[in-house]
Design a protein around this ligand. Structure first.
Ligand code: SAM
Ligand code: SF4
Length: 352
C-alpha cells in the first residue's frame, strides 16, 4: 500500500468493521465495507486509435506473450465468480484488436453465475464483428464516440475512422444489441461543440448517451479546468435538445442518469471528477498482462499471471490475490486534492 494512501485517512469515520482481511471463501469486501462484484478485464493494450486523452502518440505495446490467453482469463473469472463477481466488462486498449474475441465471450457465457458480460469498444472494427459477438452471447455494448465531425474525430483520435464507427453502431443495432451505450469524454474546449449533435444522434438512433468527465489518466497534462462538468453538459442538452428529468438511479452504476421528459431516451453523466463515486465503488480491474488493480488510479498492482501460468493453475493463490487486492483498496482516488499522483500506466494499458 502506498504511503500516500494509508488504508484509512485520519479524517475517516470508523467504517472499518473488520480488523483483518476476510476469511477464505468470503466475498470480495474491502476494509470500508464495499463489496466488489464488477470485474473489468483488459484483453490488450493495443489500439487502432490514439485518443489524445488516453495515450501518447508514440507508444510501445506489450509483447503479445505477456498478455493473458482467453483460457487464462476465463480461469480467473471462474475463481472470481464464487467470490461474488457476477459482472464483467471486456475492454482495453481496443478489445476488438484481439483476434476472435467472440471465443472469449463464449468461454465467459459458459461460467455459471456470471450474469452480465459487456464490451467497451471504439467501434472501428465493430461492423465486421458485431454478429459473431452477439451470437456468442454478448448483449451489452458501450461504444466510445466523442464527435460526429470527421475532422474533429481525426484531431482527437489522431486517426481517421468516424465512418467505420458509425457503421459499427448500425451493425450492432442490426445484430440486436441492447442496450447500446455511446460514451463521450467531456474535455473542456472540445466537447462543448459535440454535446448537442451527439445527443440528437443518440436520441434519433435509440442509443443511451453517457458523458464521462475527463480524468487524469491519459498522457497529457491534466488540470481541473480541462474538465467539462456534468452540470454544464446537462445544461447544453436541455437548451439544445429537450428537457431532462432525473431517471431511476441504479445504485451500482457510476452514472447519473436523466431521461428526456417526452420519453425520447436517456443521457447519463459519469461525474468522476465533480461527483466521485468512490464511496460505492464495486469495481476491480484485471490488466491485459495479468495484474489486479483495485482502483483505476491505483499505484499498486497484484500479479495473478504467475498463478495462472503454473503447471496446474493455482486457484487458491488467485482467490487469495483477489481478496488481498480488494481488502487493500483505498478510500478514494483523491483526484481533487493536491496529493493526487497519476498512476504509472496510462488508460489504454489499464483498461477503462
Ligand atoms: N478502446 C475502447 C474504447 O475506446 O471504448 C476501450 C478502452 S477505453 C480506455 C475505455 C473508455 O475510457 C472509453 O470510453 C474512453 O473514452 C475512456 N477514457 C479514456 N481516457 C479517458 C480519460 N482521460 N478520461 C475519461 N475517460 C477516458
Ligand atoms: Fe484507444 Fe479507447 Fe484509448 Fe481511444 S480511448 S486510444 S480508442 S483505448
Amino acid at each position: 500500500m502506498s504511503a500516500r494512501h494509508p488504508l484509512r485517512l485520519a479524517s475517516d469515520p470508523e467504517p472499518v468493521s473488520r480488523p483483518t482481511p476476510p476469511a477464505p471463501g468470503s466475498a470480495l469486501r474491502d476494509s470500508f465495507g464495499r463489496t466488489h462484484n464488477n470485474l473489468r478485464i483488459s484483453v490488450t493494450d493495443r489500439c487502432n486509435l490514439r485518443c489524445t486523452y488516453c495515450m501518447p502518440e508514440d507508444v510501445t505495446f506489450q509483447d503479445r506473450s505477456e498478455l493473458l490467453t482467453f483460457e487464462e482469463i476465463a480461469a480467473l473469472v471462474r475463481v472470481a465468480v464464487p467470490l461474488g463477481v457476477n459482472k464483467v466488462r471486456l475492454t482495453g486498449g481496443e478489445p476488438l484488436m484481439r483476434k476472435e474475441l467472440y471465443k472469449l465471450v463464449r468461454l465467459l457465457t459458459a461460467v455459471p453465475g456470471l450474469t452480465d458480460i459487456g464490451l467497451t469498444t471504439n467501434g472501428i472494427l465493430l461492423a465486421e464483428h458485431s454478429q459473431e459477438l452477439f451470437d456468442a452471447g454478448l448483449r451489452r455494448l458501450n461504444v466510445s464516440l466523442d464527435t460526429l465531425d470527421p475532422a474533429r474525430f481525426r484531431s482527437l483520435t489522431r486517426r481517421d475512422g468516424l465512418e467505420r464507427v458509425l457503421a459499427g453502431l448500425e451493425g450492432a443495432k442490426r445484430a440486436g444489441f441492447s442496450p447500446i451505450k455511446v460514451n463521450a469524454v467531456a474535455v473542456r474546449g472540445f466537447a462543448e461543440h459535440d454535446v448537442v449533435p451527439l445527443a440528437r444522434y443518440c436520441r434519433a438512433n435509440g442509443f443511451e448517451l453517457r458523458f464521462i468527465e475527463y480524468m487524469p489518466i491519459g498522457a497529457e497534462a491534466w488540470e481541473r479546468e480541462k474538465v467539462l462538468f456534468a452540470s454544464e453538459i446537462l445544461d447544453r442538452v436541455q437548451r439544445g435538445v429537450g428537457e431532462l428529468v432525473p431517471a431511476n438511479h441504479d445504485p451500482s452504476s457510476p452514472s447519473l442518469d436523466y431521461a428526456y421528459s417526452d420519453g425520447g431516451g436517456t443521457v447519463g453523466i459519469i461525474a468522476s471528477v465533480s461527483r466521485p463515486f468512490c464511496a460505492s465503488c464495486n469495481r476491480l480491474r484485471l490488466t491485459a498482462d495479468g495484474k489486479l488493480r483495485n482502483c483505476l488510479f491505483a499505484l499498486d498492482e497484484t500479479d495473478v499471471k504467475g498463478f495462472l501460468r503454473q503447471a496446474t493453475i493455482d486457484e487458491s493463490g488467485i482467490a487469495n490475490a483477489l481478496r488481498t487486492s480488494v481488502w487493500a483498496k483505498w478510500r478514494g482516488h483523491e483526484i481533487n486534492t493536491a496529493t493526487f499522483v497519476k498512476p504509472g500506466r496510462t488508460m489504454h494499458a489499464i483498461g477503462g
